[in-house]
Design a protein around this ligand. Sequence first.
Ligand SMILES: Cc1ncc(COP(=O)(O)O)c(C=O)c1O
Ligand SMILES: N[C@@H](CCOP(=O)(O)O)C(=O)O
Length: 466
Amino acid sequence: MKYISTRGQAPALEFEEVLLTGLAPDGGLYVPETLPFHAPEEIRAWRDLPYDELAFRILQPFVAGFIDDDAFRTMLADTYAAFDHKAIVPLQQIDHNEYVLELFHGPTLAFKDFALQLLGRLLDHALEKRGEKAVIMGATSGDTGSAAIEGCRRCANIDIFILHPHQRVSEVQRRQMTTVLNDNIHNIALEGNFDDCQRMVKESFRDQSFLRGERRLVAVNSINWARIMAQIVYYFYSALNLGGPDRKLAFSVPTGNFGDIFAGYLAHRMGLPISQLIVATNRNDVLHRILSQNHYEQRPLAHTLSPSMDIVVSSNFERLLFDLYDRDGAAIAGLMDEMNHGKATLDRDALARARTLFDSHSVDDDATCATIREVFEQTGYLLDPHTAIGVKAARTVRRHQDQPMITLGTAHPVKFSEAVEKAGMAYPELPYHLSDLHDREERYTVLSNDRAQVQSFMVREIFGSA
Ligand SMILES: Cc1ncc(COP(=O)(O)O)c(C=O)c1O
Ligand SMILES: N[C@@H](CCOP(=O)(O)O)C(=O)O
């Protein structure tokens, strides 16, 4: 399969090259040139497959030519063996026709493990094959960082640098990253917010000369297509468990960088009968404003009780816009330029097309806490603040009461003590494998929000001299 850039000015690439990069040279994001489509009969026949085999059926067309089928099957089986629930993604019913899809049974307790456990293995395979070393550079608002570290720390050919906003991730999130002391892991606490971290990562991808041509930079954020691809599978898995493809379903997705919900959109385009996708945001509601009022305006980033979604510049929205603008790369390049300058409006037909599938809602901290309390009182089930935003949005803008509504449970509540306690709930115990997390030694470096400083730190750590 070939992959093309959303800005239309970069050569098409095979999967292996897309895996081993971040942004396209024209600044765009890679997407498949064509998407596989699965007819209802084919999807129906997948109903009884275990998660790893379903993943194989869905992902194989995307990686064909990169890895042979047997090796890919083994890789997927190993990837999901690291999860602590036999169903991999259990569904928790919280009301009539209303469910939470628990995506937090991987090693770092957030949905990122689905893709990053696989990405580490794919990168290892590619680098071994090529006899190359690579440098991973990623930005995190808390969850991607630990999942990337956990997924890649055993990769012999990789140095990994993760930038998190200093003092703006939860204590559990920080410790999950900073207590991994392998020599190839480098945690940077940046004096800035998540957008600053992500901007610095993207700028470093655009100009990689600081690596002296001796290493390539690889992305672990959802700008890397392989991240998005792996997240498509659980939409199919949950739908199959609730009567799909013979029944329509809706999903509510706690949203920041628009990666997870974009995977849901792809599942829809690949044949899954999704009737509604809800973009659930916290007070950083730029996506809600553009979808509901056609008004894109970047406002200062707000710090909320759902820190992983404290994002203003939402990377993957560009991938959706590319489709909404009939894959016109030049139009997307112009629109992204306007957006990067802070303000934009969308073409009315493009927005109307988006609204046939997408709705949106923004939830503030008080409503987040109220939802955590409400669901606990109704069911005894404790939501994390990000999932609570998804549930609240689902209950507010749901179109069809007679179709299952699935909110993606994107993280375990134990990662977010502040929100749990503000909601008046008892803080749960850390799972066994993290039970001594607060006693472990931490290692990280605080750096100012300055690209030259960050890059020379990286060069010193990789090559031993600046
Ligand atoms: C717990 C949690 N929920 C939701 C999101 C938002 O997902 P996305 O960035 O794919 O929109 C994130 C971060 O990305 C997250 O860590
Ligand atoms: N919420 C994320 C932010 C980065 O998003 P990504 O999906 O593009 O990696 C985080 O927790 O780090």
